[in-house]
Design a protein. Structure first.
Length: 269
């Protein structure tokens, strides 16, 4: 199900975000969405809302772009240093104070998932083909994000993020998720042996490209893991490889260029 919602909590967001944030409905008291490449200050080739710190973009510009994002959702946004693993970091009041400082840190630590029960602290997950996953129990007031690339999906990062949220008071029956833009199965070509390796763990990720070569459908794999845990999910069905409004590492690499990072973001308002 595709979601770019106009929803009951719309008053919590600025009236005009242009094309910068694809909003999703994850329940009352929750602000959530996925950024595009629009609305920031970075020049080409990152044009323009580059939120990543490993892209070659200037740190000062990335900080300004993150400030822009914080202004959109009404809260500072914490990010991790992502390593394609399954480590989950829990953030709370102390981290909110740190991320609200005049010069907030650029990373909360090394992890591929973040969870919090702290209102007013945004969580962000950086991607440029991998799958950004937003999670929340809007009643128990616990939120999380996960970075599900090929290795993270196999390592169980989505499952571990859900487990960490339940450990902090979320109910599996109350959880909701949104799966953001990512490279689609028709565009994510991989060697056949790699497809076999991944689908031995997550069979639903099996795919072929538009030309019939072996591929992986990571969003389908993420949705399957969420379904297995009983978590309903909406999917924003936009492929980063073919959508010019989104950053794509694969597209940039094929063109001999570098690219920025967009984000999935969520905050308990």
């Amino acid at each position: 199900m595709t979601s770019s919602a106009t929803w009951a909590q719309e008053a919590l967001l600025p009236a005009d975000l242009g094309a910068g944030l694809l909003r999703v409905d994850l329940g009352p008291g929750v602000v959530a969405g996925f950024t595009t490449r629009h609305g920031g200050v970075s020049p080409a080739p990152w044009s323009s809302l580059d939120l990543g710190t490993s892209t070659g973009d200037e740190e000062a510009r990335v900080r300004r772009n993150r400030e822009q994002l914080a202004g959109w959702i009404g809260a500072p946004v914490a990010f991790a240093t992502q390593v394609h693993g399954a480590t989950v970091l829990a953030l709370g009041g102390a981290e909110r104070t740190e991320w609200e400082s005049v010069t907030p840190p650029l990373s909360a630590g090394e992890a591929d998932a973040l969870v919090t029960a702290e209102a007013g602290l945004g969580l962000g997950v950086l991607v440029a083909d991998c799958v950004p996953v937003l999670l929340v129990d809007p009643v128990a007031r616990v939120a999380g994000v996960a970075h599900a690339g090929r290795r993270g999906l196999v390592a169980g990062v989505v499952d571990r993020a859900v487990d960490a949220m339940v450990a902090r008071g979320a109910s599996r029956d109350g959880l909701r998720a949104a799966v953001g833009p990512a490279v689609c199965g028709a565009c994510y070509e991989v060697p056949e042996a790699l497809r076999d390796e991944v689908t031995a763990v997550v069979p639903e990720a099996w795919a072929t490209t538009a030309s019939g070569t072996p591929a992986l459908d990571l969003p389908a794999g993420v949705l399957a893991r969420l379904s297995a845990m009983g978590v309903p999910a909406d999917r924003v069905e936009r492929c980063t490889r073919t959508d010019p409004d989104l950053f794509s590492h694969r597209q940039a690499t094929a063109a001999g260029e570098v690219t920025g990072r967009q984000a999935g973001v969520i905050v308990l308002a």
